[in-house]
Design a protein around this ligand. Structure first.
Ligand SMILES: CC(C)(COP(=O)(O)OP(=O)(O)OC[C@H]1O[C@@H](n2cnc3c(N)ncnc32)[C@H](O)[C@@H]1OP(=O)(O)O)[C@@H](O)C(=O)NCCC(=O)NCCS
Length: 146
């Protein structure tokens, strides 16, 4: 498996995964803006199977914010999300970050379990933060010291 910079030519593949795994996916514009803004936009791939997933990390002073992370549906539950997250934690440490934070939908049990499994703890709650199919949904803020 390798982690490499996301390129414009990856965006069709990234969006295909994004739309398949998220109820409220990022748009092409969101990914393009993230790349243009100099965020750490990484593709996780294998030589034999191509793109497995991707992650977007924003570095700010000494705190990194994980803005998106996904593994393609057919590759989930094989430990790849944990590996990709570990790679992003290592990347943040290499850039001198002291903490990683993220926001996650309260209903996203798989992501919350993944984050807890690598040591993220709850640091806050934003009520009715996200639009949801039936009204609004809370965001859980999580963080981990690096
Ligand atoms: C969250 C996500 C990246 C996890 O990727 P993954 O490759 O399936 O995760 P892993 O196989 O490494 O699982 C690691 C741990 O996370 C937890 N987990 C992952 N999927 C889970 C599920 N469906 N239900 C419960 N726990 C789950 C488990 O604790 C798991 O450890 P275990 O397999 O030993 O029980 C993946 O489900 C995904 O892409 N989801 C859609 C996008 C998303 O919601 N991203 C996060 C918010 S931005």
């Amino acid at each position: 498996m390798i982690l490499r910079n996301m390129r414009e030519s990856d965006l069709d593949g990234v969006l295909a995964i994004e739309r398949a795994v998220h109820a409220h996916p990022w748009t092409l514009g969101n990914f393009s803006d993230a790349m243009r803004s100099g965020y750490q936009c990484k593709v996780y791939e294998s030589e034999t199977e191509g793109m497995l997933g991707y992650a977007v990390l924003m570095l700010a002073v000494d705190e990194a914010e994980l803005l998106d992370i996904a593994i393609s549906s057919r590759h989930q539950r094989q430990g790849l999300g944990s590996k990709l997250l570990s790679e992003m934690l290592a990347l943040a440490r290499r850039h001198g970050m002291r903490r990683m934070v993220l926001e996650v939908r309260a209903s996203n049990v798989s992501a919350i379990a993944l984050y807890r499994s690598v040591g993220f703890g709850d640091i806050g709650l934003r009520r009715d933060y996200y639009p949801a199919t039936n009204g609004r949904e809370d965001a859980i803020l999580m963080g981990k010291a690096l």
